[in-house]
Design a protein around this ligand. Structure first.
Ligand SMILES: Nc1ncnc2c1ncn2[C@@H]1O[C@H](COP(=O)(O)OP(=O)(O)O)[C@@H](O)[C@H]1O
Ligand SMILES: [Mg+2]
Length: 328
């Protein structure tokens, strides 16, 4: 038996997510795939936050949804607390589901407008058939997320955006999970409200020993809530480091450019002003992946070699990995 306390809470190995699409004329259809997640491996320890950053379309949501077993996985392993989620049968997976939950960007879309929010928060508990002894009373869950218990009788439209995200968080913690995937949880909120929700997530993490996968396109948010960060580009991890290393000594030109182009993030003011750090063009198509480095066409340091061969994700320092032939 492996020792569960020493193993990471979550281990993802060589995960691939591909969406089949049809292309070509009606009489000459060929099966093609969107390569949304390409061979991703990661681990997450109990009580820690792993941030996932990257531009829109880089595969962050697909990665989160796949780990949650909400979309089909093409290959790989997802080991949560000792069980490979991909080899559980439906009933085993249903029982395991209380351990992992997800929060989305738009809480309004995930709440039923005709359902009182107290019922919404209790819904996962009911759906997973948990009994009262396994859970906190709903009133207490409301207090935990900074809402008044009497507000559980109201409907979603009676709350502000920030409060609705608190309700979504209440719902995600109701089954006492160990892992929560937060997919852009503050991206739709004003900056002042963002800070409140981030603080709430941090407080709950300490109190309930939660582990987070925190997905965001916004590095200035990730700086406030991450122990480690992975940077995704076209479905692949291009860099992985502790928060400190990633923000002070980025190694991948893409990470560096992201940092430089983020208004509140630039390492040095004069560098920020420089136009060369503005990302031009779009990433290549996720349907026909390029042969070499996916970032090469937009990289100011790219050499001939970069277009021909794909760099592997390798350690440049202890606990700092980068997929680049010419790291900074
Ligand atoms: N259901 C789907 N069917 C086909 N393609 C999809 C589907 N969901 C996402 N994609 C594609 O997969 C890629 C990754 O998308 P996504 O995971 O949403 O990225 P992100 O969250 O980083 O913006 C994109 O090219 C997107 O168009
Ligand atoms: Mg997304």
């Amino acid at each position: 038996m492996p020792n569960k306390t020493q193993a990471p809470l979550l281990q993802v190995k060589n995960l691939k997510v591909q969406f089949p699409i049809s292309s070509g004329a009606f009489f000459k259809r060929t099966k093609k795939y969107v390569h949304a997640v390409e061979d991703i491996s990661l681990e997450l320890r109990e009580g820690k936050t792993l941030a996932v950053v990257g531009e829109s379309g880089s595969g962050k949501t697909s990665l989160g949804m796949a780990i949650m077993r909400l979309i089909p996985v093409s290959s790989g392993e997802i080991i949560l607390d000792g069980d490979n989620l991909l080899s559980l049968n439906n009933e085993e997976l249903r029982l395991k589901r209380k351990m992992f939950q997800i929060i989305f960007q738009d809480p309004y879309a995930s709440l039923n407008p005709r359902q009182r929010v107290g019922e919404a928060v209790a819904e996962p508990i009911r759906r997973l058939g948990m009994d009262a002894s396994q859970i906190e009373p709903i009133e207490e869950i409301f207090s935990l997320v900074g809402l008044r218990p009497d507000q559980m009788h109201l409907f979603p439209h009676q709350f502000s955006g920030g409060q609705r995200q608190r309700i979504a968080i209440a719902r995600s913690i109701s089954t006492r999970p160990k892992l929560i995937v937060c997919d852009e949880p503050v991206s739709a909120l004003d900056v002042a409200i963002q800070a409140q929700i981030l603080n709430l997530l941090k407080r709950l993490q300490r109190k309930l020993k939660l582990s987070y996968i925190f997905i965001s396109h916004d590095l200035s948010v990730v700086r406030h809530i991450s122990d480690e960060v992975i940077v995704m580009y076209l479905g692949k991890i291009v860099e992985r480091a502790s928060r400190l290393k990633l923000f002070t000594k980025p190694k991948h030109p893409y990470t560096h450019t992201l940092l430089m182009s983020s208004p509140s993030m630039a390492l040095r003011k004069n560098e920020r002003q420089s136009k060369k750090f503005i990302l031009k063009g779009d990433p290549p198509s996720p349907i026909d992946l390029p042969k070499g480095c996916a970032f090469a066409a937009r990289c100011m340091y790219a050499k001939e070699h970069c277009f021909k061969e794909r760099p592997l994700l390798e350690n440049v320092e202890a606990n700092h990995k980068v997929a680049c032939f010419y790291p900074l």
